[in-house]
Design a protein around this ligand. Structure first.
Ligand code: F6R
Ligand code: MG
Ligand code: MG
Length: 360
């Protein structure tokens, strides 16, 4: 069995929250080059987030792997402080490692499986948004026959998929078998700030097809720290959505939460990695996708999957939607609703106004 762990954190931005300083990538690479527990690693970034893509044989939630990732983030934080990068160490909510990196700030998506004769994997990474941003595209990938033709014409996936949904507010989970329970699931995942798709398994044999990071930084910290900027692993082809089916949902730049101060809705813009530097109004929210062929756990790649002219019009549309949403200024639904503003700095402003109110 091979385990693929994608673990990420924002340990300091360059400039502001827009980009990754190359020194952090170098620091992470130098630490990971001398370990004896990984099969392979690829260190990269999406916007201001440092992304560790790791393969090994230790299974999910492994303490040694999580400790290694924590160590990388700590060393990179030290480097970020030395360079006075912005928000150095912002996602590291704890001082010392306590056995599992989940709950300590970083985002984690891990998957364990028997590597197939050929194993094409897509790793999606986002900046300036929250884990619920994956709900719509993952639903389309694994449940919408207008997106994934294989659901209709490939007997291997014709039985559908089982979705595990997490309620990140009450810390509960529930499974839905699609297509039969599609409407029940949609009743929940249409509220992406609370209900998020954690994983997807093939109904016929329970084989894992996708897993996301569901960590909500502000819920963990109890205050606004930064946005979660989630990641997702998707296995493709031969009994899973084809690569092109898994990418197809991103031709719709749907509105997600997380733009500017984590407080605004913006279009989820698929872009090449070199374009994933959220500058305009600290955004708009980005998604990149790196493709790998696994070779006995080695990461052959990456291929920058959205670095393709066939996504140019999506980016164009996203920019138009960005203009439209920006014109709302401080008004909803440009700005998030009151529930979702709870963990921003807005409540501090509202507190000051409390005494000004008189009874009607
Ligand atoms: C960071 C983010 C940014 C910041 C904004 C203000 O995830 O979304 O939009 O919230 O740049 O940052 P501060 O309050 O540090 O000046
Ligand atoms: Mg940041
Ligand atoms: Mg970020």
């Amino acid at each position: 069995m091979i385990t693929l762990s994608v673990i990420k954190a924002d340990v300091g931005g360059y400039v502001g929250h827009s980009h990754m300083h190359p020194a952090l990538i170098e620091t992470a690479k130098s630490i990971l080059s001398s370990n004896n527990i990984l099969i392979d690693s690829h260190i990269t970034s999406c916007g201001d987030d440092l992304e560790l893509i790791l393969t090994h044989k230790k299974g999910v939630d492994n303490q040694d792997i999580h400790k290694l990732a924590w160590n990388v983030f700590e060393k990179c934080t030290a480097k970020a402080k030395e360079l006075k990068l912005y928000g150095a160490g912002q996602d590291l909510l704890k001082d010392t490692f306590s056995g599992n990196i989940k709950g300590m700030g970083p985002g984690v998506a891990e998957i364990e499986f028997e590597e197939r004769p050929s194993e094409p994997i897509l790793i999606f990474m986002a900046d300036k948004t929250e884990p619920g941003a994956w709900n719509l595209p993952v639903f389309k990938m694994f449940a919408d026959p207008f997106t994934t033709a294989g659901l209709v014409i490939d007997p291997k996936i014709h039985d559908g998929f089982i979705f595990e949904i997490h309620d990140v507010i009450e810390n509960k989970k529930v499974d839905f078998a699609l297509p039969k329970e599609m409407y029940d699931m949609l009743a929940l995942i249409g509220q992406p700030s609370r209900y998020v798709i954690k994983s997807v398994r093939r109904s016929s044999d329970n084989e894992i097809g996708a897993v996301t990071s569901t960590q909500r930084l502000n819920l963990m910290a109890g205050r606004y720290v930064g946005k979660d900027d989630p990641v997702m692993i998707v296995r493709t082809q031969s009994g899973f959505p084809a690569v092109g089916e898994a990418l197809e949902p991103f031709t719709f730049p749907h509105l997600v939460a997380g733009w500017m101060r984590g407080s605004h809705h913006g279009p989820f813009m698929p872009c090449a990695q070199k374009q994933a530097n959220p500058t305009r109004f600290d955004g708009p929210p980005r998604v990149i996708c790196l493709g790998f062929q696994l070779n006995n756990g080695k990461l052959l790649g990456p291929v920058d999957m959205f670095d393709d002219v066939s996504f140019d019009h999506v980016r164009h549309q996203a920019n138009k939607v960005a203009d439209y949403m920006r014109r709302h200024g401080p008004f909803e639904p440009g700005r998030l609703d009151a529930n979702n503003m709870e963990y921003t700095t807005l409540p501090d402003v509202l507190k000051k106004l409390e005494n000004r109110f008189k009874p009607l």
